[in-house]
Design a protein around this ligand. Structure first.
Ligand code: TMP
Length: 225
């Protein structure tokens, strides 16, 4: 083996796409559609979600969404979301990217910044530090921020939930959900290289078309078939 060449050839890396937004923004549907479109192009694509995505992280998801952790306060809650994220990265995301696959994840670190930040007024320094030690180099290449008014999102989430009880975050008041929207929009504005703000008040087909167009423009043109 030519060790000189190996030292200069970067390891193949797939692409990491995340979806973010408040409640009822339609992320799960759009994740499924994008995954199907990428697979139809012959690209190995893994769909996953947070909190969760690996067995240990799914166990933490149950605890987090039950509200059991809330009494510990927003800093501790943020740390447990990050603990789940570390397991998810180590066991699913990083290995998939290392073998050249695309990973499409429903929520990631921006959700901690927006939700735990909005909830607990955690400082930017605290969130920045937590993000750095949690994700390291596993940063998304592309993030879709699905944006819609908080009232509309909550109404949609309520319809989807039916008779089931609201979870820990859906149960927060409307001011919290409005602050979330502001926070996601601010993240998108601050990171235009990575983030695409998507108007999620439109039809599923219109939204999916925008997402596919941005994925082609930003990621597929530089991926060798
Ligand atoms: P979802 O799968 O329905 O989006 O539910 C996940 C919930 O967890 C949602 O209310 C957002 C919340 N959440 C956080 O508060 N912080 C996080 O870091 C993540 C990933 C999710």
């Amino acid at each position: 083996m030519n060790s000189e060449k190996a030292a200069h050839t970067p390891a193949p890396r797939g692409r990491f796409i995340t979806f973010e937004g408040g409640e009822g923004a339609g992320k799960s549907t759009q994740v499924q559609r994008l995954v199907a479109a990428l697979q139809a192009r012959g690209i190995e694509t893994v769909a996953t979600r947070e909190p969760g995505g690996s067995p240990n992280a799914e166990a933490l998801r149950k605890v987090l969404l039950s509200g059991l952790v809330a009494p510990l306060g927003p800093a501790a809650e943020a740390m447990i979301f990050c603990a789940a994220r570390i397991d998810h990265i180590d066991n699913l995301i990083a290995p998939a990217l290392a073998r050249g696959a695309f990973v499409v994840c429903d929520r990631f670190a921006d959700s901690t910044r927006a939700y735990q930040g909005a909830l607990g007024k955690l400082s930017d320094q605290f969130i920045d530090g937590l993000e750095r030690v949690t994700i390291g180099d596993t940063k998304p290449d592309l993030t879709f921020m699905l944006d819609l008014p908080a009232e509309e999102g909550l109404a949609r989430a309520g319809k989807r939930r039916g008779a089931e009880a609201v979870d820990r975050f859906e149960a927060e008041n409307i001011d919290f959900h409005r602050a979330l929207r502001t926070s996601f929009r601010a993240i998108a504005e601050k990171n235009p290289q990575r983030c695409v703000l998507i108007d999620a008040t439109r039809t599923m087909d219109e939204i999916a078309a925008d997402i596919w167009h941005a994925t082609e423009q930003r990621l597929l043109l530089d991926v060798r078939a």
